[in-house]
Design a protein around this ligand. Structure first.
Ligand SMILES: [Zn+2]
Length: 298
């Protein structure tokens, strides 16, 4: 699922291309994508884009006349920048937004139809925001308050969009490795120095990837957004070696996903029992990413 660094890169790339441009035409290729009826999507046609905003893991495109197109890519949705008027060929294509200088094309792999588009007025944006804090506008204290609002595992708390904004499976793995904390540690049991490590690691890990992807987005549109990035320490690296200590990276599997961690760096050398563990943890573990991402504001 595109997370904060990926969404930021998309927004940077789009700002350079579509702010100030008029949407000439919106072509919907899938009946499942658009989730709102009013205001009508056609009302956005002929209007210029004023600004882009990130709302959690959503991309909001604001056009003249107080209309917002809010895209949620979920796990398999991706954006592409094509030549103006590009043909909508292929099952994966959900929609195209045509501008004079190019077409923004939305695709989604698979058949689950999770990606969504909402058309709202500005006062409807807040309702689409699951409400998690922005870690770059937080202090250690507000970060700690948000994450301890419920006693959760760190993995669950970091990936809950109602608690913290923009983090999913990939970057939570990277953050916990950088902080040298166990994914199953409970938030209400962390010591003060562990909070400091977690807060610093959350900001520095996200900052590093945001900076890298934003710089890349300056020169070309982010066409290859994936959860598995070269240079990640643990995520997607089960069985490979930890860049910090050289130990083999472990995993906890659940649904069709997994959490990766280094036992020596994060759990005092203890290898956590895979599937039975995720069952045991029940609601303290993210069940499916879709389910977690669909959580609404409290
Ligand atoms: Zn290690």
């Amino acid at each position: 699922m595109p997370e904060l660094p990926d969404i930021t890169a998309y927004i940077r790339a789009l700002e350079a291309r579509i702010v100030g441009q008029a949407i000439e035409k919106i072509r919907l290729a899938s009946p499942f994508l658009l989730r709102t009826v009013e205001p009508r999507i056609e009302e956005a046609e002929g209007r210029r884009v004023r600004e882009l905003r990130r709302i959690g893991k959503r991309i909001a495109i604001g056009v003249e006349g107080d209309l917002w197109l809010v895209l949620h890519l979920m796990i398999a949705g991706r954006l592409h920048w094509k030549q103006a008027g590009a043909k909508l060929a292929g099952r994966q294509i959900l929609a195209a937004f045509d501008f004079p200088n190019g077409s923004l094309v939305l695709t989604e792999a698979g058949t689950k139809h999770r990606a969504s588009l909402y058309v709202v007025h500005e006062d409807g944006l807040e309702e689409l925001d699951p409400g998690g804090i922005d870690v770059f506008n937080s202090t250690l204290e507000s970060f700690r308050t948000a994450l301890t609002s419920e006693n959760r595992t760190l993995k669950r708390a970091l990936t809950d969009p109602r608690i913290i904004s923009g983090i999913g499976n990939a970057y939570s793995d990277e953050i916990l490795h950088a902080a040298q904390l166990s994914p199953i540690a409970m938030t209400q049991k962390l010591k003060p120095e562990e909070w400091e490590r977690l807060f610093t690691a959350t900001r520095s890990t996200l900052r590093r990837w945001i900076d890298q992807f934003s710089a890349e987005a300056e020169s070309r549109f982010p066409e290859k957004v994936t959860a598995f990035r070269k240079g990640m320490a643990v995520h997607g690296r089960y069985g490979e070696t930890c860049p910090r200590c050289g130990e083999t990276i472990q995993r906890i599997r659940y649904a069709d996903n997994e959490t990766n961690y280094c036992a020596r760096c994060q759990t005092g050398g203890k290898v956590l029992a895979d599937r039975s563990l995720s069952r045991l943890l029940g609601s303290d573990w993210p069940r499916t990413l879709d389910e977690l991402e669909a959580l609404k504001r409290r």
